[in-house]
Design a protein around this ligand. Sequence first.
Ligand SMILES: [Fe+2]
Length: 390
Amino acid sequence: MLSQWSAPNPLLFGSGKCAETGAELAKLGCKRALVIYDKGVESAGIAAKIIAAIESAGIEAVRFSDVQADPPDWSAEAAGALGVREKVDCVVGVGGGSSLDTAKAATMLQTNPPPLKQYYGREGVVTKPSVPLIVIPTTAGTGSECTPGGVITDTERGIKTNIAGAGCRVTLGIIDPELTLGLPKSVTASTGLDALCHSVESYTSARANPFSEVAGREGMRLAGQYLVRAYDDGSDLEARGGMMLASSLGGIAMSGALCHLAHDVGRSLGAKFHVPHGNGCAITLPQVLRAVAHTAPQKLLYVAEALGATDASLANAGEAAAGKALELLRRVNLPTMRDLGLPRADVLRVVPEEVVMQCEMAAKAGIVTSPVPVTLDLIREIVTSAYDEN
Ligand SMILES: [Fe+2]
C-alpha cells in the first residue's frame, strides 16, 4: 500500500516566469544570492538573464559558473564554500540536473559544515535547514525542482550517491519553458527520455502509491504527446511547455516511489562508461518494460497507450509498451550502446554485477524498487537484448 510520497515545494510555471526570480527572492527577504550555473547556461545567455532579474530587485549576485557534469563532491563543496565566504543568504540554481544538484549541495553546506560526504544517503541522515533555494531548470528532464534530494559523485568511492533532507530543500521552483527553446535536438531527446523514464519507472515501481501513480500517468502521457514535437521543432513552445510539465510530474512521481531497473542500468553505464544520464537510463527502457510486464499488465497497457499504441490489450501490453518505447528511442535518434562504441563484452561483464550489487545494498537499507527480483541473469538478459536489438 502507501509507501512514501513527498509533496512538492511551491512552483511557478509559465513562459517568462524566470523574470520574476528577483521579486521572489525579495519576498523571501534575501539580499545576496549565490547563483550557480554551468558554462553552457552562461554561453546561452540564460545566466545573464536570471542575474539581471535578480539584480533588478536590488539583490546582489555572487556567481559560481563552474558546475561540472555529474557533479563531483569537490566541485559542490567549492560552490558551498564560495557561498559561505561571500556570506550569501540564498542560493539560485540555474540549468540542467548537474547545476541543480550542485545548488542543492551548496545550499546544504551553508548551514551544515563540510565535508559533504557526511550527509550522503537518503535515509537516516539529519541535516539542518538552510537558506532559501530557488531552482530554475533549463532542460525538461531531471524534475529536480520537485524532488527532495540531489545526486552527487562520491569521488573517493567512484560512485554516484544521494543527498537529501532539510538542508537541501527547494524553497521554490521556477519553471519557464522559454528557457528550453534553444536546446539542441540531442539534449531535448536525452533529457525528455529521462523524464519519461522517471514517470514510467515510478509508475511501475514496487514502491508506487496512488499519489505517485497519478503524477506518473500524466507525466508519461505528456511525454508521449510532446517529446517528438519538441524534438522535431525546438521552437514549438506548446511542446516545450508540455515537456516541462512532464519533467516536473516525473520528479513528483519518483519522489518516494523512486525509479528502478532502467535507471539502475543507467547509473552503472554513467559511472563505468560515462554514458550521459538520460541516454543511459532510456537505453534499456523497452527491455525493462518487457521484463516487468507480468507484474502489472494494466499499468503496462497504460504505458503502451500513452506512447501511442492503439491496438494494445492486457494480453500483449508488455510487448506493445516495449515496442512503442523502442519506436520512440529510434524516432528521436537516441544513440545505442553500439553507436556509443561500448564494447559488448565489457558492458556485460560490468553492468549486471554492478546493478545487482547496488540493488542489494539498497535492499539492505530497506529500499526495494524493482517489481521483479533483481538477478544477474535478468540484468544480463535486459542488457544483452538492448545491445543487440535497439
Ligand atoms: Fe533520471
